[in-house]
Design a protein around this ligand. Structure first.
Ligand code: THU
Length: 134
């Protein structure tokens, strides 16, 4: 993906984070998933009073892209900040993303500094991925 697309996705993840629905945790996350053709789909965390029905920003972005007919993902940008640091995706989101591309690039942006803090591959943080062949 070119530099401009990544920069745009970083801006979009930071911007959409403002729409997070997190009345229980007060912890807002924004995500922007980038397809191989350079399209970008955003998502936020959407919490629920049953807690278990909460959807993370990463999966909201992924599901939005899938809904639009996309299947090939190159990278995901995650914008948040906890104790002054960008956050890693949770285990459920790692598996959800890995089903589409276990080598997806994962870019962690600190929403306080607006800077990219980590730029790695999903396989670096999610080895031994479960693959259900059908
Ligand atoms: N959350 C995300 O949206 N993405 C992550 O990577 C970590 C956790 C959300 C879920 C919940 O709304 C809140 O953060 C606290 O767990």
């Amino acid at each position: 993906m070119n530099k401009k697309t990544l920069e745009k996705a970083v801006k979009m993840a930071l911007e959409v984070r403002k729409n997070a629905y997190a009345p229980f945790s007060n912890f807002a996350v924004g995500a922007a998933i980038i397809t191989k053709d350079g399209s970008i789909f955003t998502g936020v965390n959407v919490e629920n009073s049953s807690f278990g029905a909460t959807n993370c920003a990463e999966r909201t972005a992924l599901f939005s892209a899938i809904t639009a007919g996309q299947r090939d993902f190159e990278a995901i940008v995650i914008a948040s900040s906890l104790n002054g640091k960008a956050v890693f995706p949770c285990g459920i989101c790692r598996q959800a993303l890995a089903d589409f591309n276990p080598k997806m690039r994962v870019v962690l942006v600190n929403s306080d500094t607006k800077q990219i803090e980590q730029d790695l591959l999903l396989s670096d943080i999610f080895p031994g991925v479960f693959e259900f062949k059908c």
